[in-house]
Design a protein around this ligand. Structure first.
Ligand code: NDP
Length: 588
């Protein structure tokens, strides 16, 4: 019925459709467009702030919570404590429960579980990864998503259902942000402090605070002087817009950014607002979204364990014919790279072609064309995005790579013109993969994790770090990357739960990876960080650290997802060798 998505797959077997000069010409245009953007933003990652305090504090306020619920401060002890209550915490907790672990606490900034799906409720919010693969624990929950691509509210409700089924609300604390996590060497316990005055203890801590969870804003001159209303896409103010967006019928609205969040909300904004101005710096690639309601007959035929089987299928390496193997063996590395690049360019030009077919104004169509290789930025899928630009009320302000650099009292300024707005929406994204390192984490000898990492990240599988016993990190750097993030989180969650179970069953109080296994993993990450100039060739974005130089060990493990899974299995099967363990400290 449906195929697993793999937008990365550009076959080395693909035949060029055009002469090589054509592809070289397009690559030159890609490079020129990238250089324009790099020249506008030499400050790289520093162009953004996620310090939403002081004058920016309003952008962090939770519009979803009905009230701030008072509660007693906590000073108790739990066995497993999760920082964050999104997919990572939920799917790992389910495994821990299967191992019989009862004492599990989620500490969450939002007023409920759900993480991304708690916060992001902008109009049109949905997941563009196939729901049957993306939603966690479908076998365990005996649930089949209602659509091929689930919408945000269904995913959020699924998160709540998981928390209920696995009884995770009992010990959970919401509207609470962890401020420090410190290892007590005498007690061999983690001490966790929060912004609610809690001083809790936990034997195991799992940093599950998300890969893209903290909203970030572009540092724009004068942004605080804007007199109209404004918010970030992840803090949608439905009091202002009204749930059906009818509050925008007499409003002039602007949106800064054209990434995945903007692409999903712009069609709905365009249909509802009196006028919409889209301030674009770099266009996203927009492909067809093949969505449909789940066929009940297909769903009824699914056998127990169907999701696990899909996941196993998606992991399998492609089976090559003898001819394919022989052809590939005869190719040089350069030839293979060239074939993949040409196939990528063909895909990008197909995306350009669709824009010309759909968007009637040629100037707008030209502005919407992305000039970079597919996957330099997160590809987007939405059938309503391109047609919205045919509305008279929707205006694309193409800043041609420069972006909005100034906001006046009346609205954003570009090219000397002030765009007067009632509402300005920031679709400027999130801090990336700071999970595990964004608050104070002190391990053995009081060393803060960021200090340990000052010469480069050092972990095992992106999960464990030497000197931080019983601490596990999910979704951070040095882990694998996958279009379907749930695959990565499930692999990590299974691994973490198995480690904790091993420690408990064997009477170990704490486990700490050895320096040797950590060094092995750092070298493994370095060795697999790509042999092409692909990341540097890409237009700046969060996939390539906004074009900034990065130490090779400070990114993801690029040695393929199946290899990562195999490595995780190896680490676990040699757990007694790879970790040092302690017995429970005697408490007299
Ligand atoms: P992104 O970081 O992807 O996009 C931010 C946007 O803001 C970019 O278009 C950027 O332009 C633009 N921008 C930043 N500063 C300025 C400025 N000063 N002037 C004009 N434009 C500016 O954030 P999103 O929230 O859209 O998406 C974040 C991620 O969340 C996605 O990549 C995806 O991983 C995830 N997501 C997934 C969805 C799904 O369906 N699975 C749906 C929504 C989000 P530029 O490109 O030039 O940097």
């Amino acid at each position: 019925m449906d195929k697993p998505q793999n937008p990365f797959a550009f076959s080395v077997d693909a035949k060029a459709r055009q002469p090589q000069e054509y592809y070289e010409g397009i690559k030159q245009k890609f490079a020129a467009e990238r250089d324009v953007r790099l020249a506008f933003r030499p400050e790289g990652l520093q162009q953004f702030t996620s310090d939403l305090t002081g004058g920016l504090a309003k952008y962090a306020i939770d519009p979803n919570a009905e009230e701030f619920r008072p509660r007693e401060r906590l000073t108790d002890t739990v066995e497993c404590l999760f920082i964050g209550g999104g997919f990572s915490a939920l799917l790992t907790s389910a495994r821990l429960r299967e191992y019989g672990i009862e004492s599990i606490r989620i500490v969450e900034r939002g007023a409920d579980v759900g993480g991304t799906w708690y916060w992001n409720r902008y109009p049109g919010v949905a997941c563009d990864v196939v729901a049957y693969d993306y939603l966690p624990l479908l076998d365990e929950m005996n649930y089949v998503p209602t659509r091929h691509f689930a919408r945000g509210d269904e995913i959020y409700a699924h998160c709540q259902a998981i928390a209920k089924k696995y009884d995770l609300y009992k010990l959970a604390v919401f509207q609470t942000t962890v401020t420090s996590t410190v290892w007590d060497e005498d007690e061999e316990m983690w001490n966790i402090k929060t912004d609610r005055g809690d001083e809790m203890k936990a034997r195991f801590v799992i940093c599950a605070n998300g890969t893209l969870s903290k909203p970030k804003l572009s540092k724009i001159k004068g942004m605080q002087s804007f007199a109209g209303h404004s918010f970030h896409t992840s803090r949608w103010d439905y009091d202002y817009t009204k749930p059906d967006l009818s509050g925008l019928a007499d409003k002039t609205v602007g949106i800064i950014g054209t990434g995945a969040s903007a692409v999903q909300s712009i069609p709905r904004l365009g249909a509802a607002a009196k006028a919409l101005y889209v301030f674009q710096r770099t266009p996203s690639s927009i492909d067809i979204k093949n969505d449909w309601p789940t066929d009940p007959e297909w769903a009824a035929k699914l056998e127990p364990g169907w999701q696990a089987k899909r996941r196993a299928r998606a992991m399998a390496e492609p089976v090559l014919s003898t001819e394919q193997k022989a052809r590939r063996a005869a190719m040089t590395r350069e030839e293979k790279v060239q074939r993949q690049e040409n196939a990528n360019i063909d895909a990008m030009m197909r995306i350009h072609g669709r824009i010309d077919e759909i968007v009637t104004d040629p100037e707008t169509a030209a502005s919407l064309k992305p000039w970079y290789m597919l996957m330099c930025k997160r590809p987007c899928f939405d059938n309503d995005y391109l047609p919205v630009y045919n509305r008279d009320s929707v205006h694309l302000v193409d800043t041609k790579g420069e972006g909005i650099k100034e906001i006046a009292e009346a609205g954003p300024v570009f090219d000397g013109k002030v765009y007067e707005l009632d509402l300005l929406i920031y679709a400027t994204g999130f801090e990336v993969q700071q999970t595990g390192i964004y608050n104070e984490i002190r391990g053995k000898n009081g060393i803060e994790l960021n200090d340990k990492y000052k010469d480069g990240i050092r972990t095992v599988l992106g999960i464990h770090s030497h000197g931080y016993p019983n601490l596990f990190i999910m979704g951070g750097y040095q882990a694998t990357f996958r279009f379907n993030l749930t695959d990565v989180l499930q692999t990590q969650g299974d691994h973490i739960a198995a480690c904790i179970d091993h420690a408990r069953r064997n009477g170990h109080h704490s486990m700490d990876p050895t320096p040797e296994i950590e060094e092995w993993w750092v070298q493994e990450v370095i060795a697999n960080r790509g042999k092409t100039t692909r990341a540097a060739d890409c237009t700046p974005g969060y996939y390539n650290f906004e074009g900034q130089f990065q130490r090779r060990q400070d990114g993801n493990f690029n040695g393929s997802y199946p290899k990562y899974v195999a490595h995780a299995k190896d680490v676990l099967s040699n757990i007694e060798k790879n970790f040092s363990f302690t017995k429970p400290p005697s408490r007299t």
